[in-house]
Structures are given as structure tokens and as C-alpha cells.
Design a protein around this ligand. Structure first.
Ligand SMILES: CC(C)c1ccc(C(=O)O)c(O)c1O
Ligand code: FE2
Length: 286
């Protein structure tokens, strides 16, 4: 069993680093901490970064988690190798690029690239954005899956992942008490469907909703409230058509875990939003 602690960063390929920087700083409210000819690092908390854009193909996505016990990184790689999972160890140069001491990578059954990180670097400077979106940190990703049941079984077999709730066949998975760090999202493709940043309160959601409209940003869902995590939310389309979500989900799964039963919500609009907002998101329309 590989014990993960939390989601740490995402890496996104882009052909337009300048556009990514403008959108993420001026619209999303992330802080650019480092920029080179082919890299852009953006932070949302005390961690060195939550998002790294690299010069490359849009759609080339990676999600990273940190491991609870860094001394178990080698054992994690051995477990994945013996199970026949495509995987490998990052080089020292690749680790430096990620601002971590060490990492391994693997592909999930859909083909999503996931990294497991040991001793990620924190930053000496606190998060200080130019736009106050109320962000408190990276919350979760919506990760595309071509077979939700298969990929759920993969995550439950190898990791400390647990199902918090299902919407239709799609599980909301957690590796710590927060409601979810990953929402497996039925799709025909691999990659990240949305990136969630947690914000402090509902006022931040509504203030951003007005702000995003004033900037002609396409709102694709919300404002609304998820019955699953309980979070208020707004989703909007960003650079390279990646969708961003702000939410203030405060549901934690704690207490008598032996008897916790994930709730099964039907594949119906009310399961996505209890206020009646309708998503304008490709995967929902298919
Ligand atoms: C629409 C997606 C899959 C979704 C559903 C529920 C929650 C939540 O409970 O917070 C999300 O964050 C989602 O992104
Ligand atoms: Fe989400």
C-alpha cells in the first residue's frame, strides 16, 4: 500500500507561456514565482508551486502527490513495478525541475501521468498574489478516466485512496480527511479536466463570479453548490481551454471510518449542483 499525503502540483504543457502567466496571475490569482525560457512556476500556498507550465504540448498533463513517508519512495516504485504498472524514477535533474528531493512516476490505466514526490520544497516567502481571489491552496483535480470502475479499482488497490462519494460511476477519491483530492471524470480522453483551488469563503466565489464576467471569461458552471463536498463553486475556462474551479469545500471525512458509507448520487444535474446551475462542460454534454 502506497500512502499518499495530499495533492501537490500539476504540470501543464503549453505553447504560450506568456499567455499562461497573464491568465494565471491576472485572472486566477496565482503568484508567478519563477519564469525561465521554457518554464513558469505559480504558487497558491506555502509550497514552492502548485502549477508548473512547461513549453510543450497543451494536453500533456501530470498530477503529483506527496508520499507520507519519504523513506518509502523506493518501496512504492518496487510495488508498482511488480504489479506491471508503467513507472520509473525521476532523475536528479528532473527532481530539481520539480523543486523536490526525489520523485517517481507512473501511468494510471487511462494513461494519466502521475508523480509521487518525496520532500517537496517549501518556500521562504509566503503566497502573495496580485489579485485577491481568496485562494487558500490547490484543492483537487478532475482527472479524466476512460473507465471509472477500472481506475477506481487501481487507486484503491495500490494507494490509501478511499471513495468519499460517487456521482453515477465516477468516484470522488480522498487520500486524507478532506472530501476529495481527485474526482475521476468519465471521458473519451486522458488528462486533467479541471483544476480546483480552494477559496476561503462564499464571498470569494461570488466576488470572482462578478470579476470573471467583467473580464469576459467564459463561466462554464455556477455559481452553485455541490451536494457531495458541500462546497460553493464557480468553474471557468482558462488558458489552453483548461477549466479552473474555485470552491470552498469544507467537508471532512473523520470519525468512525469503519462505518463510513460513500454516498451514491445519481448521474443527474442535481447531483452536481443543489442550487440548479447547469454545467456547460463538454464531458457533461456527451
Ligand atoms: C463536476 C465534478 C465532477 C465535481 C463534482 C463534485 C465536486 C465536489 O463535491 O466538490 C467537485 O469538486 C467536482 O468538480
Ligand atoms: Fe471539482
Amino acid at each position: 500500500m502506497i500512502n499518499l499525503r495530499d495533492i501537490l502540483y500539476v504540470r501543464l504543457g503549453t505553447r504560450d507561456l506568456e499567455g499562461a502567466q497573464k491568465f494565471c496571475t491576472e485572472i486566477v490569482g496565482l503568484q508567478a514565482v519563477e519564469r525561465t525560457a521554457d518554464r513558469l512556476y505559480l504558487k497558491s500556498s506555502a509550497s514552492h508551486h502548485a502549477v508548473c507550465y512547461f513549453q510543450g504540448e497543451p494536453g500533456d498533463h501530470t498530477v503529483a502527490f506527496d508520499i507520507k513517508d519519504w523513506s518509502q519512495l523506493g518501496a512504492a516504485l518496487a510495488q508498482l513495478q511488480s504489479a506491471g504498472v508503467p513507472c520509473g524514477q525521476g532523475t536528479a535533474e528532473e527532481a530539481a525541475d520539480r523543486h523536490v528531493e526525489a520523485f517517481i512516476w507512473f501511468n494510471d490505466p487511462t494513461g494519466n501521468r502521475i508523480e509521487i514526490v518525496a520532500r517537496p520544497h517549501d518556500a521562504g516567502k509566503r503566497y502573495f498574489p496580485s489579485r485577491d481571489a481568496g485562494i487558500t491552496g490547490l484543492g483537487h483535480v478532475g482527472l479524466c478516466t476512460t473507465d471509472p470502475a477500472r481506475d477506481q479499482a487501481f487507486w484503491l488497490q495500490h494507494f490509501n485512496a478511499m471513495v468519499s462519494d460517487w456521482i453515477g460511476p465516477c468516484p470522488l477519491l480522498r487520500v486524507n480527511p478532506r472530501h476529495h483530492q481527485m474526482a475521476l471524470f468519465a471521458s473519451q480522453r486522458k488528462g486533467i479536466q479541471h483544476i480546483n483551488f480552494q477559496v476561503a469563503e462564499i464571498d470569494d466565489i461570488m466576488k470572482s463570479w462578478y470579476f470573471l464576467q467583467s473580464q469576459d471569461i467564459r463561466i462554464v458552471f455556477g455559481p452553485g453548490r455541490h451536494p457531495t463536498s458541500g462546497g460553493n463553486f464557480v468553474y471557468f475556462e482558462g488558458h489552453d481551454e483548461v477549466i479552473f474551479e474555485y470552491s470552498n469545500s469544507d467537508r471532512h471525512i473523520v470519525g468512525d471510518l469503519e462505518n463510513y458509507r460513500p454516498r451514491q448520487f445519481p448521474l443527474h444535474p442535481t447531483s452536481f449542483c443543489m442550487w440548479g446551475s447547469k454545467p456547460d462542460i463538454a464531458e457533461f454534454r456527451d
